[in-house]
Design a binder for this molecule. Structure first.
Ligand code: Q46
Ligand code: ZN
Length: 307
């Protein structure tokens, strides 16, 4: 297998791009994909101070490395979740990465600073661990971003993550979530922009990036992710991808380019708009005609944003 660019020995094949890459050109490819995502979705500008949420896994460490290579001013944020050995080793990978590159790193330990860890929070609130974890992390991310005056908060969500979430939201038509499933969420309430610069890279590609770049990372999956339905969606999308390379990227990126706008304001007004549209669907003739005032609004006259 030869590198498509230099004809040297390739380390990875990427059917969706109809290309193979050697180590050097794989790194170049990944960095270019991140650059393209940042440009296309207007995520960052050159002067931004970027806070990167790092977990110790391949995606967030690859993201930190790529943003450094692209010249952004970066600062890592690691949240200690208290998930046994998994958290201990994850923290070690983050610290090692930061010290090797003299990167700025802020650590927040949930138990030490907030008096609880994720297993305890999940048990106490009777939420799923991931739900308690997501809420806790968002709270810490926002606080640190606000206190540090950062311009953007970057997370390592990759194409597999985002496509799986999108599939889950579409399967249930969760329109209020579809509206917010963008790789850039603008700054609001004093909080910085939230960006996902890895949305053009799969987890196979970020893993390969780390291996070639010599980045050591936590390879174990979080033990609390067991049963998470997004893992099943990822497997389904991978099956489709094998049969039809490029489908995963098309599914997610075409949604961003062509469809996400249809769901604007869905969280605040969409439920009413959709229920209004449902009322407007013609019904079977009734024995006595309803009075004019109660007639359902014809679809083509339905107000776009009923208040
Ligand atoms: S760390 Fe937290 Fe993930 Fe573990 S408990 Fe779930 S959300 S799976 S990114
Ligand atoms: Zn090459």
């Amino acid at each position: 297998m030869k590198c498509t660019v230099c004809k040297g020995s390739a380390v990875i094949d990427l059917p969706r791009h109809n290309a193979n890459f050697c180590g050097e050109h794989l790194l170049e490819f990944c960095r270019r994909q991140v650059e393209r995502a940042i440009d296309e979705f207007d995520m960052l500008c050159e002067t931004d101070q970027v806070l990167i949420a790092v977990s110790g896994g391949k995606d967030s460490l690859a993201l930190w490395d790529v943003l450094d290579h692209l010249g952004y001013r970066t600062h890592g944020l690691y949240v200690g979740l208290g998930i046994g050995d998994y958290s201990d080793t994850s923290g070690d990978f983050v610290r090692r990465f930061a010290s090797q590159r003299e990167g700025a790193l802020t650590e927040v330990d949930l138990l030490a600073e907030h008096g609880y860890d994720i297993p305890a929070a999940a048990a106490h609130t009777r939420r799923s661990p991931c739900s308690a974890c997501g809420l806790s992390k968002r709270h810490v991310f926002d606080r640190v971003a606000l206190q540090g005056g950062f311009d953007a908060l970057a997370t390592g969500h990759n194409l597999d993550d985002e496509a799986a979430v999108l599939l889950g939201n579409v399967l249930r038509w969760q329109i209020e979530y579809l509206e917010r499933q963008r790789p850039l969420l603008p700054a609001r309430n004093g909080l910085p922009r939230k960006v996902k610069p890895l949305v053009r890279l799969t987890e196979r590609e970020t893993a390969a990036y780390c291996i070639v770049a010599g980045i050591e990372y936590q390879v174990e999956e979080c033990p609390m992710a067991v049963g998470n339905r997004h893992l099943a969606y990822k497997e389904t999308l991978n099956d489709i991808e094998v049969r039809s390379p490029g489908s995963k990227a098309d599914f997610y990126l075409s949604f961003q380019r062509r469809a996400v706008g249809f769901f604007a304001d869905a969280g605040t007004r969409g439920v009413r708009r959709w229920s209004s549209a449902m009322v407007a669907v013609p019904r079977a003739p009734q024995r006595s005609a309803p009075s004019a005032d109660l007639s359902p609004t014809p679809v083509h006259q339905a107000p776009r944003h009923p208040r």
